[in-house]
Design a protein around this ligand. Structure first.
Ligand SMILES: [Zn+2]
Length: 312
């Protein structure tokens, strides 16, 4: 939710990046950090790991104004006209999120907040996130973070068991960013591990109360197994794949000229959803995803090139 790209949208509403940042009242030193991070999202520059570090530093700096960011982000979502939107929040943002819900008419019925949990990380932050699932304003979890290796199966299965306990009393969204292919080369076993772990709980009735969203799924070890697991799981629970094509291009999971791997699963339409992962707008991502689904990879690449250019 609080990505530099979103600040960029806020900035665009005010006519320029600098004007937008001034409007948010962010310290000039943080503006410099942001400008640096933004310029380093340029696909042509070489050191992507350093870019990620710059973006991370900017986010930390910007948290000082995070109430304003949340308000601005939600106000922007409400203008989009989309009827139901899932937004990811950090545990520490819950008060600001509630404040924004109260201040923006109609937002509570259209938004579903899910709270971010870092992959493989058993920490007090993870515990805070899980505790928030009992809050009526929070609707699930989002497993996030750069996918730098194959994720831990024991961590996920114990998390899943705790989610199922809560799901006995409340329907939950479980979104997992997996197969995003961070820098195009890490975490290739993750999509299979997550789906297999969920499928192992298929006999548990509470699994029906989970809405499972695999976000990305472009970097996969075993596509045949993935397709089979998705098809068997859809009888047991609500499972979809959420493609985010522009995010996959910007974070180099796929090259802009080889976007075919995004469509490799050949999912039936009801399993395929489109998201943004905070890169580009929903409409832009849908345009690219539709072209990919229609087998028009070259046109999809051309569109993506145009849209990513606008994000930079
Ligand atoms: Zn992601």
């Amino acid at each position: 939710m609080l990505e530099p790209e979103q600040l960029l949208y806020v900035a665009q509403e005010h006519g320029s990046v600098s004007a937008g940042i001034r409007a948010l009242g962010i310290d000039p030193a943080h503006v410099d950090a942001f400008e640096d991070a933004k310029s380093r999202l340029d696909l042509r520059q070489g050191n992507f790991e350093q870019t990620y570090e710059h973006v991370r530093r900017f986010r930390q700096a910007a948290f000082e104004r995070h109430d304003d960011w949340i308000y601005a982000s939600i106000a922007r979502i409400m203008k989009s006209g989309v009827s139901r939107v899932i937004v990811q929040i950090a545990p520490a943002q819950i008060d600001a999120y509630r404040w924004a819900l109260g201040a923006i008419p109609g937002s509570a019925s259209r938004l579903r907040a899910i709270v971010g949990i870092f992959r493989n990380q058993q920490s007090s932050r993870t515990e805070r996130a899980l505790a928030l699932l009992h809050d009526p304003d929070v609707h699930g979890v989002d497993i996030i973070g750069a996918e730098e290796r194959n994720d831990s199966e024991p961590f996920f299965t114990s998390l899943l068991d705790r989610l199922l306990d809560i799901a006995a009393n409340k329907e939950l969204i479980l979104r997992i960013h997996a197969g995003e292919g961070f820098l195009g080369r890490r975490g290739i076993g993750n999509v299979n591990m997550y789906l297999r772990s969920i499928a192992q709980r298929a006999a548990d009735e509470r699994i029906r109360r989970l809405r499972v969203i695999i976000a990305h799924a472009v970097y996969i070890d075993d596509i045949a197994e993935t397709t089979q697991l998705l098809n068997s799981l859809r009888c047991k629970t609500n499972v979809v794949v959420n493609v985010n094509p522009l995010s996959n291009v910007v974070f180099r999971a796929v090259s802009i000229d080889n976007m075919k791997s995004i469509a490799a699963l050949q999912l039936p339409r009801d399993l395929l959803h489109v998201g943004t992962d905070n890169i580009g707008t929903l409409a832009e991502n849908m345009t690219v995803a539709r072209l990919l689904a229609a087998g028009q990879a070259a046109r999809a690449a051309a569109q993506a090139r145009r849209f990513v250019g606008q994000v930079q």
